[in-house]
Design a protein. Sequence first.
Length: 259
Amino acid sequence: MPADRMPLLEAALNLSRFHKEHERFYASSPLETALRLQRHARALQALADRWTAAVPSEHPAPSPHAGAEDLNSEAATALEGVLFLEGEGRPAEMTAMIGALRADADAFAAGGNWLADAMQASWNVAAALLEIDALADVMGERHRIIANDWLAAHEQSLIAVLLVRAADMLDRVELTPAALRADLAGARVAPGRLYAAAEVVSRAADLCCESAELVHDNERRWRVTRGRIEEVVQAMASGGDPASPRGADGEPRREEVGG
């Protein structure tokens, strides 16, 4: 094997070390986000359920700090702290939820774009590895890693647009006691908008789980690929044949003995 292949192999080793550890984080972090998004969705569904059947109050409690009997959902209060008070406007928790959806959208959009660009570069570099015969049998694993991450990148981009749309849906609802009571006494549009937003947020949560699963699938593939690259590098350093089914020390390659 030409000596000029060594920098390529060393770069591949670096990727298999640091990106493998990086992906361990992203195999779990989206699951935490999914739980938070599901909590948002359940709170929205609880409010929509309440408003679908609620009779708007014609005589609100006189205290501005009193909870709105006809608008509040105990489930939404327990899940997200959402509490409609007689003398206030949109609950602070609803404002925070909408802001969090937009912030998550920005993060997923940036992450998806970065990862897609990184996978395009990785795909191009992997083409050079095809020239190394000793790595032939792990090229399927390496390309599967790239494909998994590339798909996860597209899912992150989709999560971003879904969350922006959910926030837009919620922004179209005037979440004040007076406006909600007027809506509940008429067309009852607000419950439908909340159901729709909850559906979109729930789908984004599902995609977070799918993204985490894709990245988690890479764990063993990174290990197998790195093991083979290490063997090739060691064989070259000791003057052995990196294309041999045995390593430089004459022992069988690790995956052939159960690794």
